[in-house]
Ligand binder design. Structure first.
Ligand code: SAH
Ligand code: SF4
Length: 365
């Protein structure tokens, strides 16, 4: 099957980005060629980051000409490229359809993580999340998701050094709820983790969900990547307020689905994300409730000090409250649970992404 047209066309030409190896083979078979041509083009596209068909020195000139007449391998326009004082980088990409998305790169000593968006905006309206306030909403296509990784490799100049520390990990923790865009997110993740293309290890790709219970098992079976769950409270009355989806899939159902996540072990644990909000979910009782509900599940906990944005009703928990909370988790056996905010000065920290250009102008004024 040939992919539907998407938001990456350049000069009226559809892009090859988003095509699987099988789809490329089918395309070239349709042109009367041997399927192996599809595998060669696939390698250039995702393995080497080709941005011009003429780079393909091992395919015929005819084929290169025919491809550039009919297709593009265009990247989105880079509207903003912001660098934080801590090294975090945030890009605002404009897709050909006019929508914009944000992608964040977080360098660490031994690795580089890319935080990728799966939707423009989000329909779930979690009360503490900036993305949830955004009007414009659209599912990104597989091409538009995977191209964020490709554009990041372009910008970092790291196609050649992909096993180095430059871009080793991917987290689907940008804008949007990945499990409300399953078809395209699954397609994109399969492209990211294909060893003959982009080649990310499944252990280094993490999908974060606010708790779309019916799809959780599918992530493990189909993609076999790591799962992060935005829990934020182990108590239904609090979680209903923070993550309204909890009214549909309450804590007990969410925990049960996670307990059954395929392939869980000490090496493959669930990451529980827990935003620390002053006076809302940061008491000692809250910490004990958290330890209680996840008991028996191979787990890692990420306490995320709340990142505020203008117009938000919440405040970050005090250091003392975060310390107290973390100590209870430590005593229960969960090591280094606090995640240091990164890229706050460029609005790149968790939950601060909002691709609405008009709002960005207001914020930087
Ligand atoms: N929709 C998915 C993935 C995107 S959100 C999800 O909710 O899991 C990525 C993470 O950022 C989630 O854990 C989310 O709860 C967290 N987050 C959202 N707003 C935040 C804020 N203002 N401060 C800190 N973390 C936030
Ligand atoms: Fe959407 Fe996740 Fe933000 Fe909730 S936290 S509004 S699910 S992006």
């Amino acid at each position: 099957m040939i992919p539907e047209p998407d938001g990456l066309e350049r000069g009226g030409k559809p892009t090859l980005i988003g095509y699987t190896k099988e789809e490329l083979c089918t395309l070239f078979e349709g042109w009367g060629m041997k399927p192996y041509v599809g595998r060669i083009v696939y390698g250039w596209l995702y393995g080497k980051g080709m941005i011009d068909f003429d780079e393909m020195t091992n395919v015929s000139k005819d084929l290169r000409g025919r491809l550039s007449e009919n297709y593009s391998v265009g990247r989105p326009e880079v509207v903003k490229d912001l660098c934080s004082c801590d090294g975090t980088r945030k890009w605002l990409f404009r897709l050909a359809c006019g929508s914009t998305v944000e992608t964040v790169y977080i360098p660490e000593e031994d690795r580089g993580t890319l935080c990728v968006s799966s939707q423009v905006g989000c329909t779930l309206n979690c009360s503490f999340c900036h993305t949830g306030t955004q009007r414009l909403k659209r599912n990104l296509t597989a091409a538009e998701i995977v191209v964020q990784v490709m554009a990041a490799r372009d910008m970092l100049g790291c196609w050649e050094r992909r096993d180095g520390r430059f871009l080793t990990n991917i987290v689907l923790m940008g804008m949007g709820e990945p499990l409300y865009n399953v078809k395209h997110v699954f397609g994109a993740v399969k492209l990211m983790t294909d060893g003959t293309g982009l080649g990310f290890s499944k252990r280094k790709v993490t999908l974060s969900t606010s708790g779309v219970v019916p799809m959780i098992g599918e992530v493990g079976r189909e993609l076999d990547v790591k799962l992060a769950v935005s829990l934020h409270s182990a108590r239904n009355e609090v979680r209903n307020e923070l993550v309204p989806l909890n009214k549909k899939y309450p804590v007990e159902e969410l925990i049960e689905a996670c307990r059954n996540y395929p392939g869980l072990s000490n090496a493959k644990r669930i990451t529980w994300e827990y935003v620390m909000i002053k006076g809302v979910n940061d008491s000692e009782e809250d910490a004990h409730a958290l330890v209680r509900v996840i008991r028996g599940i191979p787990s890692k906990i990420n306490l995320i000090p709340y990142n505020s944005w203008s117009g938000s009703a919440y405040e970050r928990s005090d250091e003392a409250a975060i310390d107290r909370f973390a100590k209870i988790l430590l005593r229960a056996g969960y090591a280094s649970p606090v995640r240091r905010p990164r890229g706050e000065d460029i609005m790149a920290a968790c939950g601060q992404l909002n691709s609405d250009v008009s709002q960005q102008v207001v914020m930087s004024a």
